[in-house]
Design a protein around this ligand. Structure first.
Ligand code: ADP
Ligand code: MG
Length: 633
């Protein structure tokens, strides 16, 4: 701590963390057009605070001494040019104030927001709530913010105050009611927030679905009617809810501001009863791959918010779902620990999974474009379920899509199966990083020449489920870069003119001898050399042996440093390729084989390069290459 900061601490004055200062700087310079969101954020915090106290009083009745209802009150003081938002929720003590309003919970948040700003979302603060920093949005409209708060169960109150620049002060104060009162001293250019109609309009747009009533009071008296509907949205009949209301509710609970791609609102009635209101986002949440991500499904029991951290309520591979589940079948005072292994929770998870998968399936049938948007955002995550949840596997497969060698459209496995050739009893696939470069793989040539469609698996996760899931619809998955495939049973398109080419074909005997020679030259770098049945245009390719890991999997394992390098690959050669033919010729006729030895090495290096592998000795490769080029020129 530097001297200045030390000095500040002594006067009940605290310096902001560097990250907070950076953030406030962005906030203060935000565009006018979306400044309204500050109110949505403050109301959302006030409602959360009420939810939390409601939950805590189930365990400890004494926390809420009066039996008044939970309420949020907004008031305007035109003389002082202030706007005040007051709740009777859980409140904050001194530590809470320091922790919650002086730091940023998630490190790196300021950097993300700065990034967004640079990406052309210049000053667009509508996303702010998503990052757990909604409170700071107050500084878009206020030059000073005062927070007076008294925590439930405590009789001390504190006043936090800041100009949103360098730091804040905290002082003792007094307050009758438990809860928090936030006063914004409006900037001169933000005076429209002291107009009743403006506030009404913002609350109705953004906060109508909040189930705590929000009142706009006058200086003289409290309002009688709340501005919002103030009933839990999911308890209302579906037909009474507009798309707009669903959307606002989604924005509130998911803390995100895209459109929901899919909305599922249903009541399950059976052994257990619950209501689900779930959404699939259009945009991938920024923390999809962050194990500590927040805002999972929210669990309610009889309309009381219990927790949004019940892991078992959703499978990890459906972690992009947002929304709420409300059940009658759990006791209100259930502890969060008890929830982890609760059979009711497990049953709801099953129901939720089934519902979401069936909704996705019907979406795929009626609106393929939207479905594909979903697939591009979340497909890779969903596929984790193929090995994680065998009981849902069939339903997951129904909504899985894959690129293939035929055309640029994605296909389902079921559709692929209907296109399989007569006699084809396996599902061919090739895995690697991206479809475009995969399509050029030499291992595909024999398949393409015979019109056999090959699925291109381009997500890392594919390698993992393919280890566990060996077949679909009774047909085995077969990697085209692995083991021996016999494609001779399928008609090749150029087989028809085989007649006039026959004379040029290399005899198997010569080819076998040459293969033997190649293996001698390449020694332990490969397991053996085989005459290829899958190549048509390229001279060579590498293949993984049956029973070993597929080649792309090997790469994945290497990255994770779990790879056993003693497993060698098979080098397949195309005996009818002109280069191989020349080499065989030379091998059979020439005495000195110095060049041939170099050529053998180059063949292997070439196969490695096509595979996207590094070659073992680049300088030797360059030397051989140069020497051949010299001769060629
Ligand atoms: P988030 O709501 O995503 O956590 P915010 O910046 O909006 O982020 O709020 C930060 C924290 O400050 C909240 O998590 C909460 O702990 C606390 N807080 C804000 N407003 C209130 C309030 N009215 N009552 C109690 N706590 C509050
Ligand atoms: Mg908030």
């Amino acid at each position: 701590m530097n001297a200045e900061a030390q000095q500040m601490e002594n006067n009940n004055t605290h310096a902001f963390e560097t990250d907070v200062s950076r953030l406030l700087d962005i906030v203060a310079n935000a565009l006018y057009s979306n400044r309204d969101v500050f109110l949505r954020e403050l109301i959302s915090n006030a409602a959360d605070a009420c939810d939390r106290l409601r939950y805590d009083t189930i365990q400890n009745k004494e926390l809420k001494s009066d039996d008044s209802d939970f309420e949020i009150h907004i008031s305007i003081d035109r003389d002082k040019q202030t706007l005040t938002i007051r709740d009777n929720g859980i409140g904050m003590d001194k530590d809470d104030l320091i922790q919650n309003l002086g730091t940023i919970a998630r490190s790196g948040t300021a950097a993300i927001l700065e990034n967004l700003k640079q990406q052309g979302n210049d000053g667009d603060m509508s996303l702010i709530g998503q990052f757990g920093v909604g409170f700071y949005a107050s500084f878009m409209v206020a030059d000073t913010v005062d927070v007076i708060s008294k925590k439930a169960g405590s009789d001390k109150a504190y006043k936090w105050s800041s100009d949103g620049r360098t730091g804040y002060s905290i002082d003792d104060t007094s307050k009758d009611e438990t809860g928090t009162e936030i006063t914004l001293h409006l900037k001169t250019d933000a005076m429209d927030y002291s107009i009743d109609d403006k506030i009404k309009q913002i609350v109705q747009t953004y906060s109508d679905h909040i189930d705590i009533p929000v009142f706009l009071d006058t200086a003289e008296q409290n309002a009688e009617e709340p501005l919002n509907a103030a009933s839990a949205l999911w308890t209302r009949p579906k037909n009474d809810i507009t798309e707009e209301q669903y959307k606002e509710f989604y924005h509130h609970i998911a803390q995100t501001f895209d459109e929901p791609l899919l909305t599922a609102h249903w009541k399950a009635e059976g052994v257990i009863e619950y209501t689900g209101l779930l959404f699939i986002p259009t945009m991938r949440p920024f923390d999809l791959y962050d194990p500590q991500r927040a805002h999972a499904l929210r669990l309610y029991v009889k309309k009381v918010f219990i927790s949004d951290k019940v892991d078992n309520l959703v499978y990890p591979w459906l972690r992009f779902i947002r929304g709420i589940v409300d059940t009658q079948d759990l006791p209100l005072n259930i502890s969060r620990e008890m929830l982890q292994n609760n059979p009711v929770v497990a049953k709801m998870r099953k129901g939720i999974t089934k519902k979401i998968l069936s909704e996705l399936y019907s979406l795929s049938n009626k609106d393929n474009d939207t479905f594909e948007t979903f697939w591009h955002q979340f497909g890779a995550v969903l596929k984790e379920g193929l090995y994680d949840a065998a009981e849902h596997r069939d339903d997951i497969f129904k909504v899985c899509r894959f690129a293939t060698t035929e055309g640029n459209k994605l296909t389902s496995l079921a559709d692929y199966v209907t296109r399989m050739k007569d006699g084809q009893d396996e599902i061919y696939y090739l895995s690697g990083e991206d479809a475009k470069s995969l399509k050029r793989s030499p291992q595909l040539e024999g398949f393409t020449a015979r019109g056999l469609e090959v699925i291109l698996m381009t997500d890392t996760i594919d390698e993992f489920w393919l280890q566990m899931v060996t077949e679909f619809d009774g047909k085995k998955f077969r990697s085209v870069t692995k083991g021996q495939v016999d494609l001779n049973q399928f008609d090749s398109d150029d087989k028809k003119d085989d007649g006039n080419k026959d004379e040029e074909k290399t005899s198997s005997e010569s080819a076998d001898k040459f293969a033997h020679y190649l293996k001698e030259q390449l020694g332990d770098d490969i397991s053996y050399v085989r005459i290829s049945k899958r190549l048509t245009n390229s001279p060579v390719c590498l293949i993984a042996e049956d029973g070993s890991v597929d080649m792309h999997m090997e790469k994945v394992l290497k990255i994770q440093q779990q790879y056993d390098p003693t497993i060698k690959k098979v080098l397949e050669i195309n005996k009818d390729h002109s280069l191989i033919k020349k080499m065989i010729d030379q091998y059979e006729t020439s005495e000195s084989n110095i060049d041939l030895q170099d050529a053998a090495r180059l063949l292997l290096d070439q196969a490695l390069i096509i595979q996207g592998e590094t070659i073992p000795d680049p300088s030797e490769f360059a030397r051989r290459m140069a020497s051949f080029m010299e001769k060629g020129l």
